[in-house]
Ligand binder design. Structure first.
Ligand code: UDP
Ligand code: MG
Length: 307
């Protein structure tokens, strides 16, 4: 049984060496053959050079894929998935927030019979805002997509090979790997893992990127936003029909009136707002359909170091 570790790397030069050392110590102690695939997602710091040095140091353990630009964490992982040789595939972040020492826990859970295992970050070491946002997020996501995962943001995860092969067959351009894996697995599991604070470098996600990731998730796994909008549309039409009837009867009884202009404007603006939001939601889906039918490559590879 061979293990493959897939790690997306974007400007992590301060973490890479100790990441490799800790990984190799942990993996050696498991006594299974293994490979570590580092996918360099277009880093602009010294990561690429450092990866080359590390590859020279451990050519039989490390494989390095260099991208020709920044394509995002999930696409980087996908590139690794497409080239794995192992039977069990583990993903983790390069920033040492996911301690490599927790990998054996995931493997043990897989051996118990799960086909995909997620790490639940106990005592999550992110700031208050991130923690609160992701809690709320989890709730909304579960309501909309039906994906029941305690912690989908954690990237410390393990999959059996057939799940990974199914994921690489998906051609959509907006990816969210944990949810995709969840939708393919018949025995998803979760285990508690440690989570450390980031000591070197800074987080690559700001609110805007998090929002985009969430839109990917919603549109990729559910039509609920569209249906919700249809539902709002139906309610608004019903209410306005009642309103028109009321106005009509009032006209017959009271006669012509010119009051209520501003109320009318307020209602109108509200409706325009709802309409714009609906168009936005539609656009989110259509944009993704467009991206997918164009079938442009999801990422471009500059070179690969492996043997
Ligand atoms: N990452 C990447 N491409 C990106 C952004 C991030 O490959 O465009 C990698 C990054 O190097 C790290 C992982 O994805 O290994 C998670 O990123 P980060 O730690 O910044 O996210 P956070 O922990 O704040 O969610
Ligand atoms: Mg991180």
């Amino acid at each position: 049984m061979k293990l493959s570790i897939v790690i997306p790397v974007f400007n992590e030069e301060g973490n890479l060496r100790s990441l490799c050392e800790r990984l190799i110590t942990t993996l050696d102690s498991l006594h299974h053959p293994y490979e570590i695939i580092m996918v360099n997602d277009g880093s602009t710091d010294g990561s690429e050079k450092l990866l080359q040095q590390l590859y020279k140091q451990w050519p039989d353990k490390l494989r390095v894929i260099n991208f020709n630009g920044n394509f995002g964490q999930h696409r980087a992982i996908m590139a690794g998935f497409e080239r794995v040789r192992g039977d069990i595939v583990v993903t983790l972040d390069a920033d040492l927030q996911n301690p490599p020492e927790e990998i054996p826990k995931l493997i043990a859970k897989i051996e118990e019979g799960c086909d995909s295992v997620g790490g639940i970050r106990k005592e999550r070491q992110d700031n208050r805002f991130r923690r609160y946002a992701s809690k709320l997020n989890n709730k909304i996501r579960y309501k909309i997509t039906g994906i029941k995962m305690e912690d989908q943001g954690s990237m410390l995860r393990a999959y059996r090979r057939h799940i990974v092969d199914l994921m690489t067959q998906c051609e959509e351009s907006a990816l969210f790997i944990p949810a995709l894996a969840y939708s393919f697995s018949s025995h998803p599991g979760e285990v508690e893992v440690n989570h450390d604070a980031r000591t070197v470098g800074k987080s690559k996600y700001n609110i805007y990127r998090l929002m985009r990731l969430n839109f990917d998730l919603m549109t990729g796994f559910s039509l609920v936003p569209l249906q919700l909008f249809t539902f709002v549309g139906i309610c608004v039409s019903l209410v306005s029909t009642a309103f028109v009837i009321y106005m009509f009867i009032r006209r017959l009884i009271v006669g012509p009136e010119a009051e209520g202009m501003f109320t009318l404007f307020a209602i109108l603006y509200f409706l325009v707002g709802v309409l714009l939001m609906g168009m936005g939601i539609l656009g989110e889906y259509i944009g993704r359909i467009y991206q997918t039918v164009r079938r442009r490559p999801r990422y471009l590879i500059k070179n690969i170091l492996e043997n």
